[in-house]
Ligand binder design. Structure first.
Ligand SMILES: C[S@@+](CC[C@H](N)C(=O)[O-])C[C@H]1O[C@@H](n2cnc3c(N)ncnc32)[C@H](O)[C@@H]1O
Length: 302
């Protein structure tokens, strides 16, 4: 029997090379963010100690030193991978890549330069934590001002903070590998390239901004998942159902805790995943085994 899911505890940049050309129906992935040490050299213990020190991971480093090399590094990291995505996706196949407001353009460029058609900007709507901070702390430490000048300036800057509005939307790039012929010709050959508009999160025609209530997210699992960037299964299932049919294959090269795999299995799709960190791989493995048993439709592999 053909494997229904295969996951590998390895660097996806190596693992992906074993996937045959034009064989994957859909890619949905949430790569390293390239902020706060979540880069190409993702290191679990380093990140944890950083989180303890700054109190924030997923925001900017303490002092908010804007670092434009992060975007350059992200694009450099993604470009060779996007070439692989292009190679393994079927013509007309879709690819959804999560990003971050500050670096979205780099993700889109990496896909665009590889030959993908950038079809849209999608957004996951959520309530993030406001991370902007005031300058009072720095003004107080300034040795070139008198106390009176400091007090005056702090008053003047009341309410003025660093340029970080409260995050409420995580962007995704929707890219499509060019079709072979028309939409219909491509569909007849590969069964991909069109969107299932009967799939909906809210009963309405599916839109670019997607919202999953906190209540639904909390009810998704009864156990605490020890990963810093877990995506809601319901959101990923929606995306999978929009862009694939039952039985088709879904790839996530950055598995993390395995949410994309759980969503694929629960939606009756085949799944391939890679995760470099053994600890996260174990979490994903357990979650996928549980889903496969729950749906009782899939054989467990690897
Ligand atoms: C943003 S997280 C994905 C979270 C996932 N969407 C979830 O819901 O749990 C990115 C993951 O990619 C993994 N990673 C980073 N570099 C990798 C690589 N080269 N190959 C495979 N996995 C990698 C990290 O360990 C991390 O778990």
């Amino acid at each position: 029997m053909e494997r229904e899911y295969s996951i590998f505890n390895t660097d996806c940049r190596t693992g992906i090379k074993d996937i045959p050309d034009n064989s994957i129906d859909f890619i949905i992935t949430d790569p390293p963010y390239f902020i706060d040490g979540m880069g190409g050299d993702w290191n679990d213990s380093k990140l944890k100690s950083k989180a303890k020190k700054s109190g924030i991971v997923g925001g900017l480093p303490v002092g908010m030193k804007f670092d434009r090399t992060q975007g350059e590094q992200l694009q450099k990291f993604l470009e060779p991978l996007c070439q692989e995505f292009y190679r393994i996706l079927k013509p007309g196949g879709f690819c959804v890549v999560f990003s971050q407001g500050r670096l979205y353009h780099r993700t889109a460029m990496a896909l665009d330069l590889t030959g993908f058609e950038i079809r849209d900007l999608l957004g996951w709507k959520y309530e993030g934590q406001a991370k902007a901070f005031s300058q009072a702390h720095f003004i107080k430490k300034d040795k070139n001002m008198t106390d009176a000048e400091k007090a005056e300036l702090i008053k003047e800057l009341d309410g003025l903070k660093t340029p970080q509005l409260k995050p409420q939307m995580e962007p995704m790039v929707l890219a499509q590998k060019p079709k072979d012929g028309t939409f219909v010709e491509n569909w007849k050959k590969y069964q991909v390239g069109l969107v299932n508009t009967k799939e909906s999160l809210d009963g309405m025609f599916p839109g670019t901004i997607m919202e999953v209530s906190k209540k639904i997210r909390q009810n998704e699992t009864d156990e605490k998942i020890d990963h810093m960037t877990v995506k809601p299964v319901c959101l990923i299932s929606h995306l999978i159902k929009l862009f694939t049919k039952q039985g088709q294959s879904v790839l996530d090269p950055f598995l993390g805790s395995g949410s994309h795999g759980v969503a694929a299995l629960e939606s009756k799709r085949k799944f391939i995943g890679f995760e470099i960190e053994p600890r996260y791989f174990d979490i994903a493995k357990k979650r996928l085994e549980k889903s496969a048993n729950k749906t009782d439709l899939f054989s467990t592999t690897q």
